[in-house]
Design a protein around this ligand. Structure first.
Ligand code: ADP
Ligand code: AMP
Length: 212
């Protein structure tokens, strides 16, 4: 089961990917999480990635593709994986399909919520600085305000979720990532899910597609 979550920033990719990973026992691989972990550890990759992320731009393909190809070659990904935030460009998609045995067999796309909806989702998103879990102050609130249910870590607003950066990320999405919808449609592997519904309803729709 090899799944790609495709959708605008804030569409709900990470929220659904975590649930898919838990139910189907496959790793959840988020390039955004990998970059944020590198930033936290102060690695060279983290320093390079941060400069792009802070501006709402994409990290260059040269820094991104090998990272994912290496990650999905690990033993825990042998029976599948759910990719969240990758591919985001046509060359990234080509890096996936160019490799034998790494052919995408299923693609999910969460239908785009309208712009105001996305800004509202991202403005209310809170991420745990300990384990990376994500919440929403209104739609998926933690039990205790600003405290992670899972690890007790502090919940913060991501720097790139501030309205001015969200605007930039959306325009980057339209220019560079949206063309992947046609790319995967042509490959007959695209399945669309309406991401504007309640989180649990979106997940039920995904399970109907992937099988119980
Ligand atoms: P992405 O990974 O696509 O950028 P997330 O999964 O992090 O998006 O979701 C963005 C924010 O919106 C989070 O705060 C999340 O809790 C919330 N969210 C996700 N899916 C829904 C939904 N179906 N309805 C309402 N809020 C949602
Ligand atoms: P995300 O956590 O998926 O919202 O990603 C946060 C940021 O990380 C993006 O705005 C990009 O700057 C960077 N990023 C994540 N995944 C990729 C990717 N596949 N290609 C390029 N940049 C990425």
């Amino acid at each position: 089961m090899k799944i790609i979550m495709l959708g605008a920033p804030g569409a709900g990719k990470g929220t659904q990917a975590k649930q898919i990973a838990a139910k189907y026992e496959i790793p959840h691989i988020s390039t955004g999480d990998i970059f944020r972990a590198n930033i936290k550890e102060g690695t060279e990759l983290g320093k390079k990635a941060k400069a792009f992320m802070d501006k709402g731009e994409l990290v260059p393909d040269e820094l991104t593709c090998d990272l994912v190809v290496d990650r999905i070659s690990k033993p825990d990904a042998a029976k599948g994986y759910v990719l969240d935030g990758f591919p985001r460009t046509i060359p990234q998609a080509e890096a996936l399909t160019g490799i034998r045995d790494l052919i995408v067999t299923g693609v999910q796309t969460c239908a785009l919520p309208i712009y105001e909806n996305i800004v509202h989702r991202m403005g209310g998103r809170r991420a745990c600085i300990g384990c990376g879990a994500t919440y929403h102050v209104e739609f998926n609130a933690p039990k205790v305000e600003d405290v992670c249910d899972t690890c007790g870590g502090e919940l913060v607003l991501r720097d790139d979720d501030k309205p001015e950066t969200v605007q930039k990320r959306l325009s980057v999405y339209h220019a560079q990532t949206q063309p992947l919808i046609d790319y995967y449609k042509k490959a007959n592997v695209l399945v669309e899910v309406d991401g504007t519904q309640d989180i649990n309803v979106v997940f039920q729709d995904i399970v109907k597609i992937l099988g119980a």
